[in-house]
Ligand binder design. Structure first.
Ligand SMILES: [Zn+2]
Length: 290
């Protein structure tokens, strides 16, 4: 169950206005009396809009003046294909933020990092001052996110919902399987793929999960390992900078790191692996088409 009402602090001013093609909830975050917090009127409008036949995301984004990245982010569970919307489904649009559905194990700190906002901003926007916990499936309003991973994930998966999205767009220079190692010259089994990109290119999580490892590890150099559900793991190697830490919950499409050439690397590229239950899989068989 998720209704916009969930965001309402008790003291909130609340008005429902008829709106052409949808209903407009118009409310302002309440003054935080006890702590003397913001008494300004940060306004969050949540618009419900039923998709009409022939409508595109671009139309809807323009009509309601909501950036398409935020539109996608707020409605991520509903969307399967950004090119083909399903008429009759109801989208929810927030002008000054996005909606987020809490996942099991996710903390406010995780969520704040996912969207590039502070915990305090989420607490204020949702009236969480007196709360100790957030709950799975609960919906939170994220005010003015600087990152929208759900959008990035779609973008890196060709606009469609996918098991994995690409960690970045690069030139495939080495595939999965037996090869002669480019550094040692010995016969070797390449347990992932290499994507050539300039040093410092942003690297994104290929799927939601938790950080199992972030640091230096032998030939992998600076690297990140994510643990996903269904026994999957992904590995991102030869990085130059890492933005996540062990235990952190990561959304698919969330920025993890910058690419580099640390460890055994002949040049700047991302080495990317997908494992399942201890077995390396060919990422090209699981990723969307190039
Ligand atoms: Zn490699």
């Amino acid at each position: 169950m998720s209704r916009p009402k969930r965001f309402l602090p008790l003291s909130l001013l609340f008005a429902v206005l008829a709106f052409s093609g949808g209903i407009l909830w118009h409310y302002a975050s309440a003054p935080v009396g006890a702590q003397g917090g913001p008494s300004s009127s940060d306004e969050f409008e949540i618009i419900e809009h039923q998709i009409q036949a022939g409508e595109t995301l671009a139309h809807i984004a323009q009509r309601f003046a909501v950036p398409v990245e935020r539109l996608v982010s707020s409605n991520e569970p509903l969307l399967d294909d950004l090119e083909e919307l399903e008429p009759g489904k109801t989208l929810r649009l927030v002008k000054n933020g996005v909606l987020h559905r809490v996942k099991s194990g996710q903390t406010l700190t995780d969520i704040a990092k996912t969207y590039g906002v502070s915990v305090a901003e989420i607490v204020d926007a949702n009236g969480l001052h007196d709360r100790k916990y957030i709950y799975p499936e609960e919906e939170l309003l994220i005010p003015n996110p600087s990152q929208t991973p759900a959008w990035r994930r779609f973008e890196l998966a060709g606009g469609k919902k996918a098991l994995f999205s690409w960690p970045l767009r690069g030139v495939l220079t080495s595939g999965f399987g037996p090869r002669r190692h480019p550094v040692t010259g010995r016969r070797d089994f390449h347990e992932g793929i290499d994507l050539e990109v300039p040093e410092g290119t942003e690297v994104y999580a290929a799927r939601a999960g938790r950080v199992l490892f972030a640091g230096y590890r032998g030939g992998y150099g600076l690297s990140v390992v994510l643990q996903h559900d269904q026994g999957y793991r992904t590995v991102y190697a030869h990085l130059s900078e890492v933005f996540v830490y062990r235990g952190q919950f990561i959304e698919g499409g969330q920025r993890l790191a910058l690419s580099g050439r640390t460890g055994n690397s002949t040049g700047p590229h991302l080495h990317f692996e997908i494992w399942r239950y201890g077995k390396a899989l060919n990422p090209l068989a699981l990723l969307p088409p190039l």
